[in-house]
Design a protein around this ligand. Structure first.
Ligand code: BGC
Length: 790
C-alpha cells in the first residue's frame, strides 16, 4: 500500500495530544500553572501570557495584577488614549510590532492587550488604557495593534470582553443594558477585531452583563463571540475573574488565570463525572491551550529588539497623539526670546497610568531637559507637588515671577499618578485645585502662555479659552517629554485629534446619572447617548468635540464625491495643504440616517483616513464604506438591518466641523421593527424596561453572602469585619514583596471590591470548600458548615 503524507494543522495536533491525556492533565490545562503561565503536559510546553497594552510588563519575581512588583525594563509606549488620538492605524500597527518584538525577546507567547473597552464616562479609572468613546475607532485601531503584535509571532489578547466600562465594583457589578446598545456600542469594537485581525485570544471582563458573569456568559461567549463571529481562538479569564469555570467551559471560556491554586480542578472533575460538563467541551478548551503552546514552540526564538529604535518610535507616536486644542499663533515656539517652563511634571514627567499596564521603562525623557537642550534662556518653576498637585503661596509666587520675567511660558499641569489607576474610578473630573490656581496665576503673570495638560482621561478645563495655546498631551510614555518638546518647538507637528469629547461638565452627560451606579448594578440608561452621539443628537455642545485638533499648517477640502454600488461605497475628497509647513489632516466620515423609523444618533463615525502633506501638496483621500456603515442592530430580527432611504455621508475634521457631504439613496428589503422611544437622553424606568424587554432588575442583595460577596458587603456584619481583617492580611501578603507605600489606597480599593472567590483563585491559600464553609458560617447556615456542598 502506498503511503500518504498527511499534514496536520496545529489544532489537529493539539487535539491528538489532548485525546491521549488522562482526565487530570486535561483539567490542569484549562487553568494556568501559576500567575503568568499555562500548565504543561507531556509534549506541551508551558507558555507565558503577560501584560500589557502599551509596553511589556514581565515580572520575574513576585507577581501581582496591579503593577506593584517590578518588571523587566521595556519600552513604555504612549498609553492607548494617546495612541488613539493619532487616528493612525499604521502607527498602531508599528507600535504593536515593537511590542511583539519585545515580548518575543522575553519569551512571552501572549501579550495581554490591547484594551478596547469604550469610554462611557470621563471618570472611568482605566480610560487611559482604552482608545475611544467610539467603537469604530476603537475597533479599527485595536485591530491594527493586534496585527502588529501578531506579525512577530506573539499572540494578542484584546480585553476586556465586554461592557467593562468602570472600575467601581468591577469584579461583581452587573452591567444592565439593552441589546441594541450592547451591539452597537460595547461589542462593535470587539467584533471588528474578531472579524478582521484574528487575535490569538480574547480576555473576558470581570463584571456581569445582564446577569451573567462575562467569564461564563452564554450570550457573550457562546452566542456572539463563538457563534456569530466564529472566533475559535483562546478565551482567557481576567486574573481572578472566573466565576464558575464549569459554566465557562460549557460556553467557550477556555483558560482560567492565574490558576495556580488549581481551585476549580475538583469541581471540573466532578462536573465531568456527573455529566454536567460534556467532556468534549473540556477537551475543546484544553486543545485551544495546547494549540497556543505548540504555536509558540514553533515561533519562539532569539530576538534582540532595538531599544533605541523603539524609543524613537515611542517619541514619534507620542507626538502623533498630541492634540493641539487651541492656538492663537504662540505655537510652535520661536527660537528667540526667553522661555519659562512652569510645572513639576516638566521635570518629573507623568507618562503612564497605574495598575496592570504599568511598565518599567528603559529610560524616561523629560520636557525640561529636552527644551533646555534646544532653546536658550529656559527657566523653570515647579508650581506644585507632582505627587498631589497641591500648591503653596511660595510655589505660586515663584511660578508667577518666573512666568512674568520670560517672553513666553509653557505651563504643564495634569493629573498626578494617584488620580488615575486601574481598580478605581476617578473621584472627580477636575484637575487638583492647586493646578487650576496655578493656571490663573501664570496666565495673569504672562498671557503668552501655552498650557499643556498631561492626563490619561479628560479633565475639566474651565479656563480653556484663555491661554494663548492649549495642548492635550495625554500620557506620552517614556519618550513623552522629548515628543512634547518636538511639538512645542515645531520639530514635529501635533498630529492628534480627540478620540473622545471633552464636555463642559460631566453632569451634562446622560451616563453621569448612572455612574458608577449602585454597588451591585449599573444601568446604561443612556443607551446610545455616549460621547458625540449624545452631544450631537441632543444639541448639547462639548467644550471640545470628538475628532477636534488643530494643526500648525492649514488645509483646504475639496468637494466630497461618493462612488460605488449599493452600500459598498468609496468616499473621496481632495485635501490640500495650503500652509507653509508639512502636516497631517484626519478625514472623518460620519453617516446619518436622514429619515429613520428607529431612533438613531445624529451621526456615527463609519470611516476615517489620515493624510500627510507637504506645503502646497494635494492628496485624494479615499475612505471605504460598506453595508454595516448604514445598518443598526434590530433586536427583534437579531440582525444588522438597513432601512431603505436617504443617508447623508458627512465628511469633516471633527464631529461638528463638517466640511462637505453627499446624500446617497439606498434600497433594502429589510423590515424594520419599531422600537421603544425614549423622551429624553436617559431612559425612565418604564422606557428602560421596554428597551430591555423585561422589568429593570433590582440590584442583588448583600445577603445571604455568596462567593461573589465582597469585603465591602461583609463589613456590614461584625464577624464579616473580622474576616475582612484576615483578608486584608492575605492580600497584603500577596503584595508584600513590594513596598506598597503610596498605593495603600489602591490596595484598599482592590480589597473592597474583591469577590471572596478571588481569594481562592489568586492563590491566597484558601480552597473553595473552606471558603464555602466560612460563607455558610457567616450566613448562620450551620448545616452547610458541617456538611458543605455546592
Ligand atoms: C486586569 C487585566 C490584566 C490582568 C493581569 C487584571 O487586573 O484587569 O487587564 O491583564 O490583571 O495583570
Amino acid at each position: 500500500m502506498g503511503g500518504r503524507i498527511v499534514t496536520m494543522t496545529t489544532r489537529q495536533r493539539a487535539e491528538q495530544i489532548v485525546t491521549a491525556l488522562p482526565l487530570t492533565d486535561r483539567i490542569r490545562l484549562v487553568s494556568g500553572r501559576d500567575f503568568w503561565h499555562t500548565a504543561a503536559a507531556p509534549g506541551v510546553p508551558s507558555v507565558m501570557l503577560t501584560d500589557g497594552p502599551h509596553g511589556l510588563r514581565k515580572q520575574g519575581g513576585p507577581a501581582d495584577h496591579v503593577g506593584l512588583a517590578d518588571a523587566v525594563p521595556a519600552t513604555c509606549f504612549p498609553v492607548a488614549a494617546t495612541l488613539a488620538s493619532s487616528w493612525d492605524a499604521s502607527l498602531l500597527e508599528e507600535v504593536g510590532a515593537a511590542l511583539g518584538r519585545e515580548a518575543r525577546a522575553e519569551d512571552v507567547a501572549v501579550l495581554l492587550g490591547p484594551g478596547l473597552n469604550l469610554k462611557r464616562h470621563p471618570r472611568g479609572g482605566r480610560n487611559f488604557e482604552y482608545f475611544s468613546e467610539d467603537p469604530f475607532l476603537s475597533g479599527t485601531l485595536a485591530a491594527a495593534m493586534v496585527r502588529g503584535i501578531q506579525s512577530e509571532g506573539v499572540g494578542a489578547c484584546p480585553k476586556h470582553f465586554a461592557a467593562n466600562n468602570q472600575e467601581t465594583g468591577r469584579m461583581v457589578i452587573d452591567t444592565i443594558l439593552d441589546e441594541r446598545t450592547l451591539r452597537e456600542l460595547y461589542l462593535r469594537g470587539f467584533e471588528i477585531v474578531a472579524r478582521t485581525a484574528a487575535p490569538a485570544a480574547f480576555m473576558t471582563a470581570y463584571n456581569r452583563v445582564n446577569g451573567e458573569f462575562a467569564s461564563d456568559s452564554a450570550h457573550l461567549l457562546r452566542d456572539v463571540l463563538r457563534g456569530e463571529w466564529g472566533f475559535d481562538g483562546l478565551v482567557v479569564s481576567d486574573w481572578g475573574g472566573t466565576n464558575d469555570h464549569v459554566a465557562g467551559l460549557t460556553v467557550g471560556m477556555d483558560l482560567e488565570m492565574p490558576g495556580g491554586s488549581a481551585a476549580f480542578d475538583r469541581e471540573i472533575g466532578r462536573a465531568v463525572a456527573d455529566g454536567r460538563l460534556a467532556e468534549a467541551n473540556l477537551d475543546r478548551s484544553a486543545a485551544r491551550v495546547v494549540e497556543l503552546a505548540l504555536r509558540w514552540q514553533e515561533v519562539r526564538g532569539d530576538a534582540a529588539p532595538d531599544l533605541d529604535a523603539h524609543h524613537a518610535l515611542a517619541r514619534r507616536a507620542a507626538a502623533a497623539g498630541t492634540v493641539l486644542l487651541t492656538n492663537d499663533g504662540l505655537l510652535p515656539l520661536p527660537a528667540d526670546g526667553t522661555l519659562a517652563v512652569v510645572g513639576a511634571f516638566a521635570a518629573e514627567p507623568r507618562y503612564q497610568g497605574a495598575g496592570s499596564s504599568k511598565v518599567n521603562p528603559t529610560r524616561v525623557d523629560d520636557l525640561l531637559t529636552a527644551l533646555t537642550a534646544a532653546h536658550d534662556g529656559v527657566t523653570h518653576a515647579r508650581g506644585y507637588d507632582p505627587a498631589t498637585g497641591a500648591t503653596t503661596p511660595a510655589l505660586l509666587a515663584e511660578a508667577a515671577a518666573v512666568a512674568h520675567a520670560a517672553d513666553r511660558v509653557v505651563l504643564v499641569v495634569g493629573l498626578p499618578d494617584r488620580a488615575e489607576s486601574e481598580a478605581r474610578d476617578r473621584a472627580d473630573w477636575s484637575l487638583p485645585a492647586g493646578m487650576d490656581q496655578l493656571v490663573e496665576v501664570v496666565l495673569a503673570a504672562n498671557p503668552r502662555t501655552a498650557v499643556v495638560v498631561v492626563n490619561g482621561g479628560t479633565v475639566n478645563l474651565p479656563w480653556a479659552d484663555r491661554p494663548a495655546a492649549l495642548v492635550e498631551a495625554y500620557l506620552g510614555g517614556q519618550a513623552g517629554g522629548s515628543a512634547l518638546a518636538d511639538v512645542l518647538l515645531g520639530h514635529a507637528e501635533p498630529g492628534g485629534r480627540l478620540a473622545e469629547s471633552i464636555p463642559f461638565a460631566v453632569t451634562d452627560l446622560p451616563a453621569d446619572r448612572n455612574f458608577p451606579g449602585h454597588p451591585k448594578q449599573v444601568e446604561y440608561r443612556e443607551g446610545l447617548n455616549v460621547g458625540y452621539r449624545f452631544h450631537d443628537t441632543w444639541d448639547v455642545p462639548a467644550r471640545f468635540a470628538f475628532g477636534h485638533g488643530l494643526s500648525y499648517t492649514a488645509f483646504s477640502w475639496g468637494e466630497v464625491e461618493v462612488s460605488g454600488e449599493e452600500s459598498d461605497l468609496t468616499v473621496a475628497v481632495d485635501i490640500t495643504n495650503t500652509g507653509t509647513r508639512a502636516g497631517s489632516e484626519v478625514v472623518q466620515v460620519y453617516v446619518r440616517d436622514v429619515l429613520a423609523r428607529v431612533p438613531r444618533p445624529a451621526k456615527e463615525l463609519q470611516g476615517f483616513a489620515k493624510a500627510w502633506l507637504e506645503p502646497g501638496e494635494t492628496a485624494r483621500v479615499e475612505v471605504p464604506l460598506d453595508r454595516r456603515a448604514f445598518t443598526y442592530w434590530d433586536v427583534a430580527a437579531g440582525d444588522w438591518l438597513l432601512e431603505a432611504g436617504e443617508f447623508e455621508v458627512l465628511v469633516g475634521a471633527s464631529s461638528v466641523d463638517i466640511r462637505g457631504s453627499a446624500v446617497v439613496l439606498l434600497e433594502s428589503d429589510d423590515a424594520v421593527t419599531p422600537v421603544p422611544v425614549t423622551a429624553g437622553p436617559v431612559a425612565t424606568d418604564a422606557e428602560f424596561a421596554a428597551l430591555l424587554g423585561r422589568p429593570v432588575p433590582t440590584p442583588a442583595p448583600r445577603r445571604p453572602f455568596t462567593r461573589t460577596s465582597t469585603p465591602a458587603d461583609l463589613s456590614a456584619s461584625l464577624p464579616g469585619r473580622a474576616l475582612v481583617a484576615v483578608l486584608r492580611r492575605l492580600l497584603a501578603r500577596q503584595f508584600s514583596a513590594e513596598d506598597t507605600e503610596g498605593v495603600e489606597d489602591l490596595v484598599e480599593a482592590v480589597l473592597a471590591g474583591l469577590p471572596l472567590r478571588s481569594f481562592v483563585l489568586m492563590g491566597a491559600g484558601v480552597s473553595f470548600p473552606v471558603l464555602d464553609r466560612v460563607i455558610a458560617a457567616l450566613n448562620g447556615d450551620v448545616r452547610r458548615v458541617v456538611r458543605p456542598g455546592r
